[in-house]
Design a protein. Structure first.
Length: 91
C-alpha cells in the first residue's frame, strides 16, 4: 500500500496529536489551535468487512515560532510504514 498525505483540520489534528503523545485531547488542543496548517499521513487498507478504511500513520502541523518564524510539531506512529509516513509528511 501507498502512504497518502492530505491537509487536516484542527479537530483532526487534535485527535492525532492526542494519540501520538498519549494525552487527553484537551491537553493538546492548544497545539492544534495555533497551527497554521496541518497534514495527516494515512494508508488505505481493507477492513474486516472488505470495505476500505483509512489507517492514520501520523500527522504534522506548523505553528508560529518567535525565534524561528515557524516550527513543526507532530510525528508518526511506530510500525512498518513509520519511515515512509515520516518522509511523506516531510515531502
Amino acid at each position: 500500500m501507498t502512504v497518502q498525505v492530505e491537509r487536516l483540520s484542527g479537530d483532526g489534528l487534535t485527535t492525532v496529536l492526542a494519540a501520538l503523545y498519549d494525552a487527553p485531547p484537551e491537553a493538546v488542543a492548544w497545539m492544534a489551535d495555533v497551527c497554521t496548517a496541518a497534514w495527516v499521513a494515512f494508508e488505505v487498507q481493507s477492513g474486516e468487512d472488505g470495505e476500505p478504511r483509512e489507517v492514520v500513520l501520523g500527522a504534522a502541523g506548523t505553528r508560529p515560532s518567535p525565534a524561528h518564524g515557524a516550527e513543526l510539531l507532530g510525528g508518526v506512529f511506530s510500525g512498518p510504514l513509520r519511515e515512509g509516513a515520516a518522509l511523506a509528511l516531510a515531502d
